[in-house]
Write a protein that binds this ligand. Sequence first.
Ligand code: SR1
Ligand code: MG
Length: 423
Amino acid sequence: MGTPTQPDLVDLAARVAAVPALAERLGGDPARWEVREIGDGNVNFVFSVHGPDGAVCVKQAPPYVRVAGSSWPLSPHRAHYEHRALQEHRRHAPDHVPEPLHHDPGTHLQAIEYLDGHVVLRQALITGPPPDRLGHHLGDYLARTLFHTSDLALPAHRKRALVAEFEGNTEMCAIMEQMVFTEIYHPFHRNRWTSPHLDADVRHLRADTAVLIAVARLKDRYLTSRQALLHGDLHTGSIMVSDHATHVIDQEFACFGPIGFDIGNLLAHLLINYFATTPPTGGAETPAQTRVLETVETVWTAFATRFADLWRTTPTGDSYPAALFPAGTDTLHAERLRYLDEVFRDTTGFCAAEVVRRVVGFARPADFTTIEDADHRATCERAALRLARTLLLDDHHDIHDVTEAARRSRHHAGHLSSTPPAG
Ligand code: SR1
Ligand code: MG
């Protein structure tokens, strides 16, 4: 793969200085601003710029995938879609989406509020338990951004216009279509896994027709549904946390799609962390792992409660017309439960698909890759694959079923428990 070329830092400061609102926010002499590269994502370059009066976060989308360099070209117009998704989502969830400050469509440079005192959630979870309010914050974020961009909240003419606008983010969606639902299920040059430990697991996975059909159904849903404006890549590296706050970043994969895609992605990465933080000595679940599973449950219950509340109190969209279902009556109570049930089924499916591609594919998460002992890593990853298979093929009635299935998968996978596996 080609070598990534980092933008020149002096040039970057000059481009920021040319935007009066940013120069004013930073203050002082641009020649003395401190510019540092802070990004560790796969796709873009990310910098902090500090001046005497403040700081901003600056993102540069090169015309290629950052970790691959020029051998993997990618449209830099992704910066436009990220900026637009930030604007739309920020409007609905201002406590959990940073403020977009500037976007230059010519240079594909964006400036975003600098999140002082925040760290990347993935790193926080590798070394410690989830922050206390994380599940509530993320459930609230999901409910607000997804409800308010769905047909339950938007009039049809506005929704269609937004859908049409985000249809242009085709190249980023194509990455997901390939990486999540296709390329890992057959030999492909970018696939990687813990080998030879998981070779047989990967062979079985690819020969499992029931799994292949379940994943193809999910791909069809991702391709055809336009339910709400998704973040599109909601893993724990796309979330910044401080002791009291939670902010969602990196919206470059934004598109309209099934609500369960965002929720399932998030739960997948929490569950990956659950498996990956098993100590090499195995044994009982650690307190931090228990907190991660509690967070999984809270994300779903907070999302479902808030989403139903928003639907009850602000049914401003066209899909369930107020002329037929007047606000203030409760004729839609059972229908709301059915709708959320369908979202839950999508959520568990997309969660499973994301878990599999993070064990077998190109973009393996640091939760797993930082486990140095390959035997132990493979055992943790096998447990994750086991959960994914049951989520793809078996019915799970509620979120507690999912966390219990995660516990059973951890027990079954090998040397992880001092107690016999249940069930
Ligand atoms: C080329 S992009 C690889 C992966 O990184 C991003 O975070 C997305 O998840 C994508 O699948
Ligand atoms: Mg990203």
